[in-house]
Design a protein around this ligand. Structure first.
Ligand SMILES: [Zn+2]
Length: 265
């Protein structure tokens, strides 16, 4: 991955290109949900056949038919999955959010229906926020926003935003929950409130060797600084929880992303 790709971010045009139909959304959810392989959530069996609904999988042992939307905010929605994806995108990228009235007009839905869905998203975010990240947590900071010709990565005139990300690493199972927030600079003072809000003091935190992380070792004794492994972290972000980028591009306020499995993946 070169620097240009890394800092390009994702904008609404790219989002619209990725998700043009319900099928695109089901495909995305299914591949994210079973990326590490299928396992029946009722009996733990690992063999499956085709289920009733698009991309759903039926356990060959207990016959439980699991939809890619089960266990996510997209479960049992009263409108198309494509519209739901676009609503999440709109809510995530607008600096001041979007009212349920605005959303209902844009997508020709009843305001009450949109309001209920919006509450579900917000509730999911809040419930996840109550539990700080534990175990092994990778922390890194990077820039998001549109690539600007001739402007270096961290130029002050750049419209790009510096974002700090914390990811729970689940051994061979990939990444768990993640939080991200826009910060003014990559300094210990900026990192500290973010760490306090989202990471457990008992967590084994891994950062690169940037000096800004060093003062945090006082409060986080298991913080370990290792030579940069940005590529791995970026790779995972882009494949597993890329909605995070959407929020960061324009979001100047709190940029919080709860459990990626609950929100989008
Ligand atoms: Zn089963």
């Amino acid at each position: 991955m070169n620097a240009k790709e890394k800092y390009t971010g994702v904008n609404s045009i790219e989002f619209n290109q990725c998700f043009k139909s319900d099928d695109d959304c089901y495909h995305y959810l299914a591949s994210a949900k079973w990326e590490q392989g299928y396992k029946c959530c009722k009996c733990g069996h690992i063999k499956y056949g085709k289920g009733k609904k698009p991309y759903s999988r039926r356990c060959t042992k207990c016959n439980y038919d699991e939809s890619p939307t089960a266990g996510t905010v997209f479960d049992k929605i009263k409108f198309s999955l494509l519209i739901a994806f676009h609503i999440v995108f709109k809510i995530s990228t607008k600096k001041k959010g979007m009212s349920s009235l605005e959303l209902s007009e844009e997508f020709s839905l009843r305001q009450k229906t949109v309001w209920e869905f919006k509450c579900k998203i917000q509730q999911t975010m809040r419930s996840s926020q109550q539990y700080p990240l534990t175990g092994t947590v990778c922390v890194d900071e990077f820039l998001v926003g549109e690539y600007e010709e001739g402007k270096p990565g961290r130029s002050s005139e750049s419209k790009k935003k510096l974002v700090v990300v914390a990811l729970e690493v689940l051994g061979n199972k990939g990444v768990g929950r993640a939080y991200a927030q826009v910060i003014a600079s990559a300094s210990a003072d900026e990192f500290r409130p973010f760490f306090k809000a989202y990471i457990s003091k008992e967590a084994h935190i891994i950062t690169d060797e940037w000096t800004g992380y060093k003062p945090l070792q006082k409060d986080y004794p298991l913080l370990e600084q290792v030579p940069s492994n940005k590529f791995i972290i970026f790779y995972r972000i882009e494949n597993r929880i890329f909605i995070m980028f959407f929020r960061c591009i324009r979001g100047a306020k709190l940029n919080f992303f709860g459990n990626p499995f609950l929100i989008l993946i």
